[in-house]
Design a protein around this ligand. Structure first.
Ligand code: NAD
Ligand code: UFG
Length: 333
Protein backbone atom coordinates (compact mmCIF):
# COMPACT_ATOMS: atom_id res chain seq x y z
CA UNK A 1 0.00 0.00 0.00
CA UNK A 2 1.62 3.24 -1.12
CA UNK A 3 1.04 6.96 -1.23
CA UNK A 4 1.55 8.39 -4.72
CA UNK A 5 3.20 11.81 -4.96
CA UNK A 6 2.59 13.44 -8.34
CA UNK A 7 5.28 16.05 -8.99
CA UNK A 8 7.17 14.49 -6.10
CA UNK A 9 10.62 15.49 -7.37
CA UNK A 10 9.68 19.19 -7.31
CA UNK A 11 10.36 21.67 -4.53
CA UNK A 12 7.48 20.92 -2.15
CA UNK A 13 7.02 17.29 -3.26
CA UNK A 14 10.64 16.35 -2.51
CA UNK A 15 10.49 17.78 1.02
CA UNK A 16 7.19 16.01 1.63
CA UNK A 17 8.69 12.76 0.33
CA UNK A 18 11.40 13.05 3.00
CA UNK A 19 8.86 13.62 5.79
CA UNK A 20 6.68 10.71 4.62
CA UNK A 21 9.63 8.29 4.37
CA UNK A 22 10.88 9.37 7.79
CA UNK A 23 7.41 8.52 9.10
CA UNK A 24 7.61 5.03 7.59
CA UNK A 25 5.15 5.62 4.76
CA UNK A 26 5.71 3.74 1.49
CA UNK A 27 5.77 6.20 -1.37
CA UNK A 28 5.85 6.25 -5.15
CA UNK A 29 6.76 9.33 -7.15
CA UNK A 30 5.62 10.26 -10.63
CA UNK A 31 7.17 13.30 -12.30
CA UNK A 32 7.74 14.34 -15.91
CA UNK A 33 10.93 16.24 -14.96
CA UNK A 34 9.60 19.42 -16.60
CA UNK A 35 10.69 21.50 -13.60
CA UNK A 36 13.12 19.34 -11.64
CA UNK A 37 16.08 17.03 -11.96
CA UNK A 38 16.06 13.24 -11.62
CA UNK A 39 19.01 13.53 -9.17
CA UNK A 40 16.54 14.81 -6.56
CA UNK A 41 15.42 11.19 -6.13
CA UNK A 42 18.97 10.23 -5.04
CA UNK A 43 19.10 13.19 -2.63
CA UNK A 44 15.81 12.05 -1.01
CA UNK A 45 17.24 8.53 -0.68
CA UNK A 46 20.50 9.91 0.82
CA UNK A 47 18.64 11.98 3.42
CA UNK A 48 16.27 9.21 4.49
CA UNK A 49 18.28 6.03 3.76
CA UNK A 50 15.08 4.65 2.21
CA UNK A 51 14.19 3.47 -1.26
CA UNK A 52 11.08 4.08 -3.37
CA UNK A 53 9.91 3.78 -6.97
CA UNK A 54 10.08 6.72 -9.35
CA UNK A 55 8.07 6.82 -12.57
CA UNK A 56 9.28 9.38 -15.08
CA UNK A 57 5.95 10.01 -16.79
CA UNK A 58 3.53 12.76 -17.66
CA UNK A 59 0.05 12.94 -16.13
CA UNK A 60 -1.22 13.62 -19.65
CA UNK A 61 -0.01 10.14 -20.67
CA UNK A 62 -3.05 8.12 -19.61
CA UNK A 63 -1.49 4.79 -20.58
CA UNK A 64 1.59 5.38 -18.41
CA UNK A 65 -0.50 6.55 -15.45
CA UNK A 66 -2.83 3.54 -15.70
CA UNK A 67 0.18 1.21 -15.89
CA UNK A 68 1.57 2.76 -12.71
CA UNK A 69 -1.74 2.15 -10.89
CA UNK A 70 -1.82 -1.42 -12.27
CA UNK A 71 1.69 -2.16 -10.97
CA UNK A 72 1.16 -0.76 -7.47
CA UNK A 73 -1.45 -0.70 -4.75
CA UNK A 74 -1.89 3.06 -4.45
CA UNK A 75 -4.17 3.97 -1.55
CA UNK A 76 -3.80 7.77 -1.46
CA UNK A 77 -2.51 10.48 -3.79
CA UNK A 78 -0.83 13.77 -2.91
CA UNK A 79 -1.16 15.83 -6.06
CA UNK A 80 1.64 18.39 -6.43
CA UNK A 81 2.22 18.14 -10.18
CA UNK A 82 1.46 21.30 -12.08
CA UNK A 83 2.94 24.33 -13.78
CA UNK A 84 3.17 27.24 -11.33
CA UNK A 85 4.61 30.42 -12.85
CA UNK A 86 2.04 33.22 -12.74
CA UNK A 87 3.65 35.37 -15.49
CA UNK A 88 4.18 32.42 -17.83
CA UNK A 89 0.56 31.35 -17.36
CA UNK A 90 -0.60 34.70 -18.77
CA UNK A 91 1.53 34.11 -21.88
CA UNK A 92 0.71 30.41 -22.30
CA UNK A 93 -2.79 29.93 -20.87
CA UNK A 94 -3.63 26.85 -22.94
CA UNK A 95 -0.48 25.09 -21.80
CA UNK A 96 -1.44 25.80 -18.18
CA UNK A 97 -5.06 24.69 -18.58
CA UNK A 98 -4.02 21.51 -20.39
CA UNK A 99 -1.21 20.54 -18.07
CA UNK A 100 -2.89 21.40 -14.78
CA UNK A 101 -6.55 20.63 -15.49
CA UNK A 102 -6.38 17.84 -18.08
CA UNK A 103 -3.52 16.29 -16.09
CA UNK A 104 -5.69 16.33 -12.96
CA UNK A 105 -8.70 14.90 -14.81
CA UNK A 106 -6.64 11.98 -16.15
CA UNK A 107 -5.28 11.38 -12.64
CA UNK A 108 -8.76 11.42 -11.09
CA UNK A 109 -10.25 9.16 -13.78
CA UNK A 110 -7.42 6.70 -13.26
CA UNK A 111 -7.87 6.81 -9.49
CA UNK A 112 -11.57 6.10 -9.96
CA UNK A 113 -10.84 3.20 -12.31
CA UNK A 114 -8.51 1.61 -9.76
CA UNK A 115 -10.65 2.32 -6.68
CA UNK A 116 -8.26 4.88 -5.15
CA UNK A 117 -10.50 7.52 -3.60
CA UNK A 118 -8.32 9.68 -1.36
CA UNK A 119 -6.49 12.78 -2.51
CA UNK A 120 -4.63 15.75 -1.03
CA UNK A 121 -4.40 18.67 -3.46
CA UNK A 122 -1.83 21.50 -3.57
CA UNK A 123 -3.83 24.67 -3.93
CA UNK A 124 -2.67 28.21 -3.32
CA UNK A 125 -3.49 31.45 -1.55
CA UNK A 126 -3.78 32.84 -5.06
CA UNK A 127 -7.43 31.60 -5.07
CA UNK A 128 -8.31 34.46 -2.67
CA UNK A 129 -7.52 37.00 -5.42
CA UNK A 130 -7.25 40.43 -3.81
CA UNK A 131 -8.60 39.86 -0.28
CA UNK A 132 -10.54 42.75 1.26
CA UNK A 133 -9.21 42.04 4.75
CA UNK A 134 -6.47 40.00 6.44
CA UNK A 135 -5.88 37.51 7.97
CA UNK A 136 -7.49 35.35 5.30
CA UNK A 137 -9.89 32.63 6.39
CA UNK A 138 -10.89 29.61 4.31
CA UNK A 139 -14.45 30.90 3.78
CA UNK A 140 -13.35 34.20 2.21
CA UNK A 141 -14.63 34.88 -1.34
CA UNK A 142 -12.59 33.30 -4.13
CA UNK A 143 -11.40 34.87 -7.38
CA UNK A 144 -8.31 34.84 -9.54
CA UNK A 145 -6.25 37.29 -11.54
CA UNK A 146 -4.28 34.94 -13.81
CA UNK A 147 -4.65 31.57 -15.61
CA UNK A 148 -2.43 29.77 -13.09
CA UNK A 149 -4.74 30.82 -10.26
CA UNK A 150 -7.76 29.89 -12.32
CA UNK A 151 -6.43 26.34 -12.79
CA UNK A 152 -6.21 26.03 -8.98
CA UNK A 153 -9.75 27.34 -8.52
CA UNK A 154 -11.16 25.06 -11.24
CA UNK A 155 -9.40 22.01 -9.81
CA UNK A 156 -10.77 22.80 -6.33
CA UNK A 157 -14.25 22.92 -7.87
CA UNK A 158 -13.73 19.67 -9.82
CA UNK A 159 -12.62 17.90 -6.64
CA UNK A 160 -15.60 19.16 -4.66
CA UNK A 161 -18.04 18.10 -7.40
CA UNK A 162 -16.41 14.68 -7.61
CA UNK A 163 -16.64 14.14 -3.85
CA UNK A 164 -20.24 15.37 -3.76
CA UNK A 165 -21.23 12.86 -6.43
CA UNK A 166 -19.21 10.05 -4.82
CA UNK A 167 -19.52 10.19 -1.04
CA UNK A 168 -16.97 7.40 -0.63
CA UNK A 169 -14.24 9.77 -1.89
CA UNK A 170 -12.30 12.08 0.41
CA UNK A 171 -10.26 15.12 -0.39
CA UNK A 172 -8.11 17.58 1.54
CA UNK A 173 -7.33 20.85 -0.22
CA UNK A 174 -4.30 22.70 1.17
CA UNK A 175 -4.00 26.37 0.25
CA UNK A 176 -0.31 27.16 0.61
CA UNK A 177 0.85 30.69 1.33
CA UNK A 178 4.50 31.48 0.41
CA UNK A 179 6.77 28.43 0.80
CA UNK A 180 10.48 29.25 1.22
CA UNK A 181 13.63 27.69 2.70
CA UNK A 182 15.05 24.22 2.24
CA UNK A 183 15.77 20.97 4.05
CA UNK A 184 18.36 21.54 6.78
CA UNK A 185 20.70 18.97 5.14
CA UNK A 186 21.18 21.40 2.24
CA UNK A 187 20.62 18.49 -0.18
CA UNK A 188 17.21 19.52 -1.52
CA UNK A 189 15.66 22.95 -2.01
CA UNK A 190 14.21 25.32 -4.55
CA UNK A 191 16.01 25.27 -7.88
CA UNK A 192 14.31 27.70 -10.23
CA UNK A 193 14.79 27.56 -13.99
CA UNK A 194 16.38 30.78 -15.29
CA UNK A 195 15.98 34.06 -13.42
CA UNK A 196 13.79 33.54 -10.34
CA UNK A 197 10.39 35.25 -10.15
CA UNK A 198 9.90 34.81 -6.42
CA UNK A 199 11.47 36.90 -3.70
CA UNK A 200 13.47 34.35 -1.67
CA UNK A 201 15.15 32.61 -4.61
CA UNK A 202 15.90 36.03 -6.11
CA UNK A 203 17.60 37.21 -2.90
CA UNK A 204 19.62 33.99 -2.86
CA UNK A 205 20.80 34.60 -6.41
CA UNK A 206 21.87 38.14 -5.44
CA UNK A 207 23.72 36.72 -2.42
CA UNK A 208 25.44 34.18 -4.69
CA UNK A 209 26.55 36.95 -7.07
CA UNK A 210 24.45 35.53 -9.92
CA UNK A 211 22.33 38.71 -10.00
CA UNK A 212 23.49 42.25 -9.23
CA UNK A 213 20.66 43.48 -7.01
CA UNK A 214 17.10 42.87 -5.89
CA UNK A 215 14.34 45.04 -7.34
CA UNK A 216 11.87 45.78 -4.56
CA UNK A 217 8.56 46.01 -6.41
CA UNK A 218 6.95 49.10 -4.90
CA UNK A 219 7.47 50.96 -1.60
CA UNK A 220 4.17 52.85 -1.68
CA UNK A 221 1.77 50.13 -0.55
CA UNK A 222 -0.35 50.71 2.51
CA UNK A 223 1.91 48.54 4.71
CA UNK A 224 4.28 49.29 7.59
CA UNK A 225 7.24 50.14 5.32
CA UNK A 226 5.41 50.48 2.00
CA UNK A 227 6.61 47.11 0.60
CA UNK A 228 4.42 44.05 -0.03
CA UNK A 229 3.56 41.78 2.90
CA UNK A 230 3.31 37.98 2.63
CA UNK A 231 3.01 34.91 4.83
CA UNK A 232 6.30 33.04 4.30
CA UNK A 233 6.30 29.44 5.48
CA UNK A 234 9.27 27.09 5.84
CA UNK A 235 8.93 24.29 3.28
CA UNK A 236 9.58 21.65 5.97
CA UNK A 237 6.68 22.98 8.08
CA UNK A 238 4.55 22.91 4.93
CA UNK A 239 5.63 19.32 4.23
CA UNK A 240 4.68 18.24 7.74
CA UNK A 241 1.20 19.66 7.10
CA UNK A 242 0.86 16.97 4.40
CA UNK A 243 1.46 14.22 6.98
CA UNK A 244 -1.34 15.66 9.07
CA UNK A 245 -3.57 16.00 6.01
CA UNK A 246 -2.94 12.36 5.13
CA UNK A 247 -3.88 11.27 8.65
CA UNK A 248 -7.10 13.29 8.36
CA UNK A 249 -7.81 11.94 4.86
CA UNK A 250 -7.70 8.36 6.15
CA UNK A 251 -10.41 9.07 8.70
CA UNK A 252 -12.91 11.25 6.88
CA UNK A 253 -15.26 11.51 3.96
CA UNK A 254 -16.04 14.62 1.97
CA UNK A 255 -13.82 17.64 1.32
CA UNK A 256 -11.87 19.74 3.81
CA UNK A 257 -9.96 22.91 2.99
CA UNK A 258 -7.09 24.38 5.02
CA UNK A 259 -4.88 27.45 4.83
CA UNK A 260 -1.26 26.48 5.34
CA UNK A 261 0.67 29.52 6.49
CA UNK A 262 2.22 30.87 9.69
CA UNK A 263 -0.34 33.62 10.25
CA UNK A 264 2.51 36.20 10.29
CA UNK A 265 3.00 38.82 7.59
CA UNK A 266 6.50 40.02 6.67
CA UNK A 267 7.37 42.82 4.24
CA UNK A 268 9.95 42.58 1.45
CA UNK A 269 12.35 44.68 3.52
CA UNK A 270 11.78 42.44 6.57
CA UNK A 271 12.91 39.52 4.42
CA UNK A 272 15.98 41.37 3.14
CA UNK A 273 16.95 42.34 6.71
CA UNK A 274 16.32 38.85 8.10
CA UNK A 275 18.35 37.26 5.29
CA UNK A 276 21.27 39.64 5.90
CA UNK A 277 21.21 38.98 9.63
CA UNK A 278 20.79 35.19 9.44
CA UNK A 279 23.62 34.78 6.94
CA UNK A 280 25.85 37.73 7.75
CA UNK A 281 25.64 39.00 4.17
CA UNK A 282 24.67 42.25 2.46
CA UNK A 283 21.89 42.25 -0.16
CA UNK A 284 21.99 45.14 -2.61
CA UNK A 285 18.51 46.34 -3.49
CA UNK A 286 16.79 49.13 -5.42
CA UNK A 287 13.24 50.35 -5.16
CA UNK A 288 11.47 49.61 -8.46
CA UNK A 289 7.90 50.16 -9.72
CA UNK A 290 5.11 47.89 -8.48
CA UNK A 291 4.85 44.52 -10.27
CA UNK A 292 1.57 44.26 -12.12
CA UNK A 293 -0.92 41.89 -10.50
CA UNK A 294 0.68 42.11 -7.02
CA UNK A 295 -1.45 42.73 -3.95
CA UNK A 296 -0.35 44.73 -0.91
CA UNK A 297 -0.93 42.25 1.91
CA UNK A 298 -1.63 38.54 2.09
CA UNK A 299 -1.40 36.38 5.20
CA UNK A 300 -3.32 33.46 6.57
CA UNK A 301 -5.56 32.76 9.45
CA UNK A 302 -4.25 29.22 10.01
CA UNK A 303 -6.45 28.45 13.02
CA UNK A 304 -8.48 25.79 11.21
CA UNK A 305 -5.36 23.72 10.41
CA UNK A 306 -4.29 24.01 14.04
CA UNK A 307 -7.66 23.00 15.45
CA UNK A 308 -8.61 20.27 12.99
CA UNK A 309 -5.25 18.91 11.77
CA UNK A 310 -3.24 19.56 14.92
CA UNK A 311 -0.66 21.34 12.74
CA UNK A 312 1.11 24.62 13.14
CA UNK A 313 4.31 26.10 11.75
CA UNK A 314 7.24 26.11 14.18
CA UNK A 315 10.17 27.32 12.08
CA UNK A 316 11.15 31.00 12.22
CA UNK A 317 11.99 33.52 9.52
CA UNK A 318 15.64 33.14 10.53
CA UNK A 319 15.40 29.36 9.90
CA UNK A 320 13.87 30.03 6.48
CA UNK A 321 16.63 32.47 5.47
CA UNK A 322 19.47 30.30 6.84
CA UNK A 323 18.23 27.06 5.24
CA UNK A 324 17.51 28.71 1.88
CA UNK A 325 21.06 30.09 1.70
CA UNK A 326 22.59 26.84 2.94
CA UNK A 327 20.98 25.04 -0.02
CA UNK A 328 21.86 27.75 -2.56
CA UNK A 329 25.52 27.89 -1.62
CA UNK A 330 25.83 24.08 -1.57
CA UNK A 331 23.85 23.16 -4.64
CA UNK A 332 23.20 26.00 -7.06
CA UNK A 333 26.19 26.50 -9.32
P1 NAD B 1 7.65 22.48 -8.67
O1 NAD B 1 7.57 22.99 -10.06
O2 NAD B 1 8.98 22.48 -7.99
O3 NAD B 1 7.05 20.98 -8.60
C1 NAD B 1 6.04 20.53 -9.45
C2 NAD B 1 6.54 19.23 -10.09
O4 NAD B 1 5.53 18.72 -10.96
C3 NAD B 1 7.80 19.44 -10.93
O5 NAD B 1 8.80 18.53 -10.49
C4 NAD B 1 7.35 19.11 -12.37
O6 NAD B 1 8.39 18.49 -13.11
C5 NAD B 1 6.14 18.21 -12.14
N1 NAD B 1 5.12 18.27 -13.19
C6 NAD B 1 4.53 19.35 -13.73
N2 NAD B 1 3.59 18.98 -14.63
C7 NAD B 1 3.58 17.62 -14.66
C8 NAD B 1 2.86 16.65 -15.40
N3 NAD B 1 1.96 16.99 -16.32
N4 NAD B 1 3.12 15.33 -15.17
C9 NAD B 1 4.04 14.96 -14.25
N5 NAD B 1 4.76 15.84 -13.53
C10 NAD B 1 4.54 17.15 -13.73
O7 NAD B 1 6.57 23.28 -7.81
P2 NAD B 1 6.36 23.33 -6.24
O8 NAD B 1 6.77 24.66 -5.76
O9 NAD B 1 6.92 22.12 -5.61
O10 NAD B 1 4.77 23.29 -6.19
C11 NAD B 1 4.05 22.09 -6.00
C12 NAD B 1 2.57 22.40 -6.11
O11 NAD B 1 2.23 23.38 -5.14
C13 NAD B 1 2.15 22.97 -7.46
O12 NAD B 1 0.90 22.45 -7.81
C14 NAD B 1 2.05 24.45 -7.19
O13 NAD B 1 1.13 25.08 -8.05
C15 NAD B 1 1.57 24.48 -5.76
N6 NAD B 1 1.91 25.73 -5.05
C16 NAD B 1 3.21 26.14 -5.02
C17 NAD B 1 3.53 27.35 -4.38
C18 NAD B 1 4.95 27.87 -4.38
O14 NAD B 1 5.12 29.06 -4.14
N7 NAD B 1 5.96 27.05 -4.57
C19 NAD B 1 2.51 28.11 -3.75
C20 NAD B 1 1.21 27.62 -3.77
C21 NAD B 1 0.92 26.42 -4.43
N1 UFG C 1 9.10 40.83 -4.79
C1 UFG C 1 10.02 41.83 -5.00
N2 UFG C 1 11.05 41.59 -5.86
C2 UFG C 1 11.21 40.40 -6.51
C3 UFG C 1 10.26 39.37 -6.28
C4 UFG C 1 9.21 39.63 -5.41
O1 UFG C 1 9.91 42.93 -4.43
O2 UFG C 1 12.16 40.25 -7.29
C5 UFG C 1 7.98 41.07 -3.83
C6 UFG C 1 6.61 40.99 -4.48
O3 UFG C 1 6.25 42.22 -5.03
C7 UFG C 1 5.75 40.55 -3.28
C8 UFG C 1 6.69 39.68 -2.45
O4 UFG C 1 8.01 40.05 -2.86
O5 UFG C 1 5.40 41.67 -2.52
C9 UFG C 1 6.49 38.19 -2.68
O6 UFG C 1 6.57 37.90 -4.06
P1 UFG C 1 6.72 36.41 -4.61
O7 UFG C 1 6.84 36.50 -6.10
O8 UFG C 1 7.81 35.71 -3.88
O9 UFG C 1 5.36 35.71 -4.16
P2 UFG C 1 3.84 36.08 -4.48
O10 UFG C 1 3.17 36.34 -3.18
O11 UFG C 1 3.75 37.10 -5.52
O12 UFG C 1 3.31 34.73 -5.12
C10 UFG C 1 3.63 33.42 -4.62
C11 UFG C 1 3.56 32.41 -5.77
C12 UFG C 1 2.15 32.32 -6.29
C13 UFG C 1 1.22 31.95 -5.16
C14 UFG C 1 1.35 32.96 -4.02
C15 UFG C 1 0.54 32.54 -2.84
O13 UFG C 1 4.41 32.83 -6.83
O14 UFG C 1 2.07 31.29 -7.24
O15 UFG C 1 2.73 33.05 -3.61
O16 UFG C 1 0.83 31.22 -2.50
F1 UFG C 1 -0.05 31.98 -5.60
Amino acid sequence: MSVLLTGGLGYIGSHTAVELLENNEDIIIVDNLSNCKIEVADRIKEITGKDFKVYVADLLDREAIEKMFEENEITEVIHFAGLKAVGESCKKPLEYYTNNITGTLILLETMQKFGCKKIVFSSSATVYGSPKTVPIKEDFPLSTTNPYGTTKLFIEQILQDLVKANPDWSCVILRYFNPVGAHESGKIGEDPNGIPNNLMPYINYVAAGKLDHLNVFGNDYDTKDGTGVRDYIHVVDLSIAHLKALEKLRNMQGTDIYNIGTGEGYSVLDIVNAFEKANNLKIKYKIAPRRSGDIAICYADATKAKTELGWEATRTLEDMCRDAWNYTKNCIK
